[in-house]
Design a protein around this ligand. Sequence first.
Ligand SMILES: [Zn+2]
Length: 65
Amino acid sequence: MRPDDTIRCSFCGRTQDQVRKMIAGAGNNNVYICDECIELCSEILEEELKARMKGRALRWPIYVS
Ligand SMILES: [Zn+2]
């Protein structure tokens, strides 16, 4: 396997060997997200939605690091 064949999470840069699951983005852009980032994002979304219900303004985009 050539080095550039390694699938990496586009968010955290982990390789497919470092995570349990890697999900490919739409199209053929070699965009991937790993299960750990999905978990992190869903936590952030949950927090944001809670904040929204309290009337706090949302900030976009959300930066994870
Ligand atoms: Zn990731």
